[in-house]
Design a protein around this ligand. Structure first.
Ligand code: ADE
Length: 244
């Protein structure tokens, strides 16, 4: 999978993703990153890519043409056109379902706005969709681009050590992951549930399933609306929650 990022601050993208798991995936070549500077496509000698806003308004807007030329430089034919995303607080909010959908693409181009954003005409012409990472406003799209690349990369074969590492995670099946514990089994008068020390895989899986339901119920009750929970599971979840 190739990620192109169109930005005024390529180093912000590269520095963020070169660490840890994404860094290793980049070194192995499982994912590729191509952070391009929109400024390299401006039509003047002094690197100005933005201008004042028609009709008035504070701040500056990135102009259509440098964005368009930057995007065109990424592919040589219509078949190679990358799936193109504009990150902005106006987009649909990213979730795990969208992350999985994006992980199946061959190449994704993410366009980052800065200042007041980008002239709407070029966004309408070249973008397949607009994505937000939450209902708040960042100073620019770079962190949002990194969030998308990080979350999508995790879903790509060869990035995480094994499939278990992502199938048992929060949000993969619409619930939050059960609480997890490591040594020691007793810490500050708090004990690890004894079933997790039993070595009985069936019982452990059953415990984790109910614990995951309880975790979701406590921390994100809104997510329960989309789940099919049997009466038996509910009763077990109620009993487990009473014992917490
Ligand atoms: N740019 C500024 N705020 C943003 C947000 N919440 N999501 C994506 N891109 C953004």
């Amino acid at each position: 999978m190739t990620f192109d990022v169109m930005t005024l601050f390529p180093a912000q993208i590269e520095n963020n993703l070169k660490e840890s798991i994404t860094g290793r995936a980049l070194t192995k070549g499982v994912i590729k990153l191509n952070a391009v500077n929109i400024r390299d496509f401006c039509d003047n000698d002094y690197g100005k890519v933005d201008d004042t806003i028609y009709g008035g308004g504070t701040g500056l807007l990135i102009k259509c043409e440098p964005v368009y030329q930057c995007w065109k430089s990424l592919f040589d034919s219509e078949e190679n056109r990358p799936y193109t995303i504009y990150v902005s607080p106006k987009g649909s909010v990213l979730n795990q379902k969208k992350v999985i959908e994006l992980s199946k693409k061959k190449e994704i181009c993410i366009i980052c706005g800065h200042y007041e954003g980008i002239d709407s005409r070029v966004i309408d012409e070249i973008c397949d969709e607009e994505i937000s990472i939450g209902d708040y406003v960042l100073t620019g799209g770079e962190l949002a681009a990194c969030v998308i690349i990080d979350s999508v990369s995790r879903m790509i074969d060869g990035v995480l050590p094994n499939e278990d590492a992502f199938t048992n995670e929060s949000h993969m099946d619409g619930t939050l992951e059960a609480p997890q514990y490591t040594m020691p089994s007793s810490w500050h008068q708090s004990e690890v549930p004894s079933v997790l020390l039993s070595g009985n895989d069936a019982k452990i899986n059953e415990h984790r399933k109910i614990a995951s339901l309880v975790e979701t119920w406590q921390k994100r009750p809104d997510m329960l609306d989309n789940l099919e929970i049997s009466e038996d599971e509910w009763q077990k979840a109620i009993a487990m929650r009473k014992n917490l």
